[in-house]
Design a protein around this ligand. Sequence first.
Ligand code: GDP
Ligand code: MG
Length: 137
Amino acid sequence: MAIERTLSIIKPDAVAKNVIGQIYTRFEQAGLKIVAAKMTQLSREQAEGFYAAHKERGFFKDLVDFMVSGPVMIQALEGENAVLKHRDLMGATDPKKAEKGTIRADFADSIDANAVHGSDAVEAAQVEIAYFFPEVK
Ligand code: GDP
Ligand code: MG
């Protein structure tokens, strides 16, 4: 299996719940290494640019409003099969549909405030990591 990198964001709801450490523990226990990390509050411009693929969707404004509503914790994770492994840890986008024991089932409140972001493919991960960590090679 290939060693991959993926981009993870702990969203404002989960940062406010003080569960960064619990989420990091899940990454570590799954064999995902944190290779870059920063806490920041996104500007609207940064959030809109990051989610540009969703620009035409009805939920875009709500998504951007939420992502700028408080600090986020952003990290690049590395490990075997990291993209899918991380998506499995996250659970489904809608926490009501997320499997028991996933991050979203345990920490998310709604499809808007759904605790975490994770890249959905290796190519997307490369773009997303470069977006927030241009210095990381
Ligand atoms: P993800 O990859 O599982 O995060 O899901 P998507 O890439 O499809 O969507 C990005 C984010 O937009 C999700 O994490 C949700 O916070 C939000 N989102 C997606 N679909 C919906 C929706 O139907 N309604 C609302 N309100 N938000 C949504
Ligand atoms: Mg997505």
